[in-house]
Structures are given as C-alpha cells and as structure tokens.
Design a protein around this ligand. Structure first.
Ligand code: PBG
Length: 324
C-alpha cells in the first residue's frame, strides 16, 4: 500500500454515492426482526412506559402493528405472551389456547409464509415466581424444566411458529426441544439464545413482559458478563444439539462475543438489541441529546458489522421505514 500523498483515503469518502459504493456492511429491513408483546385480558393496548413506542398488545392491536411491520419488509416477528394467570409451574405456557398460541395462529392466518413467525420459548412470563424454569425449593430444576419446554415447543409449533427460540438458558434445552419437535414438526427451526448473558439491560423488558424474578436473580442460568470462551462453549453445545441458528444477547455490549461466535462457527447468527439498549437510545433522543434516526441506524449497522445476519430490535419498524 502506498502512503500519503499518493494514497488519500478521503477520495472514497467524498460523496454519498462513493460511500455507498464502498460500504462493507449493508442494513436492510430483511435483516431485522421485531419483538412484540401480546397480553391476555386487556381491551386496549397498554404502552410500556420504559420503552417509548412499544406496547403490550391485544390480539387486535398486535395484528394491526404486525401488518405495518410486515409491509415494511421486516424479516420476522418475535412474539412474547403475557398470560392472565400465572402459577408455580407456568402451565399457561403450553396451553394450546394460551395467549401466545392464539397470537401465533392469528399471525399465521394473516401472513402465511410472508414473514418469519418466531416464538420466544421461556417460562418467566408464565411462572408466579418469574424464573425461567420450574423450582425445586429455591433452585431452578434444570431437567424438570426441559419436560415443560418440550410441551411448550410442540404447542407453539402446532400454533404456527416457523422458528422456536428457547431463551431460558437451561442446559440441554435445544436437544430436548429438537427431539420433541421431531415427532411431527421436524421442519420447524430452532433459533437458540445460545450466548445469553445475565444482563442489567433487560430491565425495561421485565416491565413489558411482566417476568421479573420475584426472588434472587438469573445468574445461575444466564452467562457471566466477563466470559467469552464460555459463550463459545454454549454455542458449540447448542449447534451439537441441533440449533439451526444461534443468538448472542445483548448486542451492543457484546459485539466482541458476536464477532467471535461468527468467526468460529460461520453459522447463521442473530443478535438481540435488548430493551435497555433501546430505552437508553430513546431516552437520550427524547431529551434531544442524540439524533434518534442516525443513532439507530448506526447502532444496527454496527451490530451487523460485528457479524449478525439478523438483528432482533425494537427499532425494527422505524428503521425499516427509514431504510425504504
Ligand atoms: C426471557 C427473555 C428476556 C428477554 C428476552 N427473553 C428477559 C430475561 O432474560 O430476563 C430480554 C429481552 C430484552 O431485554 O429486550 N424470556
């Protein structure tokens, strides 16, 4: 490579057309997945105070919001259900007539195969204690939880989910769900929340999903933020158990993990731009401290640049509009 003054890097930055032509990373609506919350027993959508622009939806408002998102060319919808009734075992999670199953059926009827229907599979929104698994005393019983996850997976597949996304971080969850799905739903895919960290950036989600733990925390099952080798082991296990795609979560604080996962495995890889990351940006934008549009597109591009094929983000609807 020659050096200045023969080589002038600014030549390729001079105009927008020049920058577009040499951009190394693309960002399209089809790279984005929109998370959505649907709540049982409400008549009107309830805005989530800590997540400007996001609501807990009724089935009707979910459908309306989804239409607007799908029209903009977003790749997928990630659906979370909030049941009217919670118990110790989270039994509403696998009710064939439960809130998330009803939502999946409604969305499948409406959109067919035009958009990916992704079902988050976890127990925290469904248990009275808010943990992602069933309890044995004060500890989370891993293997008993897997039996419940199998039932949830089958109920979500029957309701029309194209992709099941287990987020509870139980050991063996991908293998358990894969074998349950293989009895009749072998064509349904698994997007594994493989490297999901015990992060403080899920705070606003816990308002939206109403799944905050009622005692303790999630550090015995979600990953420890200092670790990256551990994330690679988690991803290797999930791939060995049959994951079709893997996820790193959160995104912004974990771009190094995302890059390591993509480079090591060359596997379809998603990143979850989580609630706290969204709320920070939106709060600063509301105060006029940053430009929402520029900051959002820069953030999503950075996540793509680090290695994400898909970005799960609450910005999906607006970003898709800006990108088209
Ligand atoms: C668990 C789940 C959580 C999120 C997605 N799935 C919460 C948690 O682990 O406490 C967080 C998503 C976000 O913060 O946007 N079902």
């Amino acid at each position: 490579m020659s050096s200045y003054p023969d080589f002038r890097p600014r030549r390729l930055r001079r105009t927008a057309a020049m920058r577009r032509a040499f951009a190394e990373t693309s960002l399209l609506p089809s790279d984005l997945v929109a998370p959505l919350f649907v709540k049982e027993g409400i008549d009107e959508p309830v805005p989530v105070a800590s997540m400007p622009g996001q609501s807990q939806h009724t089935l009707e408002s979910l459908l309306k919001e989804s239409r607007e998102i799908v029209e903009r060319g977003v790749a997928g919808l990630l659906v979370f259900g909030i049941p009217a009734f919670k118990d110790e075992g989270g039994s509403e999670s696998f009710n064939p007539d439960g809130i998330v199953q009803g939502a999946l059926r409604t969305l499948k009827d409406e959109f067919g195969d035009d958009v990916l229907l992704i079902a988050d599979l976890c127990l925290c929104e469904y248990t009275s204690h808010g943990h992602c698994g069933v309890l044995s005393g004060q500890t989370i019983d891993n293997d008993a939880t897997l039996d419940v996850y199998r039932r949830i997976a089958v109920s979500q597949a029957e309701a029309g989910a194209d992709i099941i996304a287990p987020s509870g971080m139980m050991d063996g969850q991908v293998g358990a769900i894969r074998s349950a799905l293989d009895a009749g739903h072998s064509e349904r895919a698994i997007l594994a929340y493989a490297a999901k960290y015990a992060s403080s950036f899920y705070g606003p989600f816990r308002d939206a999903g109403e799944g905050a733990p009622q005692f303790g925390d999630r550090r015995s099952y979600q990953e420890d933020p200092p670790n990256v080798d551990e994330a690679l082991r988690e991803v290797a296990l999930d791939i060995a158990e049959g994951a079709d795609a893997v996820m790193v979560k959160p995104a912004i604080g974990y771009l190094d993990v995302l890059r390591a996962v993509k480079e090591r495995f060359r596997y379809p890889t998603a990143a979850y731009n989580v609630s706290g990351e969204y709320s920070m940006l939106m709060a600063a934008a509301e105060r006029g401290w940053i430009d929402e549009r520029a900051a959002t597109l820069e953030t999503l591009t950075a996540i793509r640049r680090a290695g994400a094929d898909l970005v799960i983000t609450y910005h999906a609807k607006k970003a898709a509009e800006w990108l088209t």
